[in-house]
Ligand binder design. Structure first.
Ligand code: ABT
Ligand code: MG
Length: 148
């Protein structure tokens, strides 16, 4: 089953948006297979954003993502990579539709609340970078067992 890397960025953690963002993915029907609150080391930030290393905003981007804890997650489900990007909305919150995470909570492109892998290759790479220990949980959900 497809998996993607989703991260609530430092602005989202500071603004208490972790619960809402987790709820959106749960309510959509996706399955959480790993999660942790972590401080991103500078080397990991530079590696994660390697594709932007020659851009003028690279330094600011690395400073931002290492400025406080992030909430790193792996979500699983059919078409989760592309659907998560739709749920997040456009990179620039000024252009994200209302109803998307960035459209509802973001204002500027430099601090856009959430990250999600943009392709299967990125997902595999980013899950490896942020969860090098592996240990993604393989389990089946059975709501009927708990609802009477
Ligand atoms: P990420 O999920 O952070 O990768 O964002 P997304 O994939 O939607 O957008 P990309 B293009 O990968 O942007 C990466 C980060 O760079 C920031 N950025 C981007 C700027 O600050 N200025 C710019 O002009 C552009 C194009 C936005 C993204 N992250 N943050 N935080
Ligand atoms: Mg990106």
């Amino acid at each position: 089953m497809e998996q993607t890397f989703i991260m609530v960025k430092p602005d989202g953690v500071q603004r208490n948006l972790v619960g809402d963002i987790v709820s959106r993915f749960e309510n959509k029907g996706y399955k959480l297979v790993s999660a942790k609150l972590m401080q991103v080391p500078t080397e990991l930030a530079e590696e994660h954003y390697g594709e932007h290393k020659d851009k003028p905003f690279f330094g600011e981007l690395v400073n931002f993502i290492t400025s406080g804890p992030v909430f790193a997650m792996v979500w699983e489900g059919e078409n989760v990579i592309a659907t998560a990007r739709k749920m997040m909305g456009a990179t620039n919150p000024a252009e994200s539709d209302i109803g998307t995470i960035r459209g509802d909570y973001g204002i500027t492109v430099g601090k856009n609340v959430i990250h999600g892998s943009d392709s299967p290759e990125s997902a595999e790479r980013e899950i490896g970078l942020f969860f090098p220990e592996g240990g993604l949980i393989n389990y089946t959900k059975n709501i009927d067992q708990w609802v009477y």
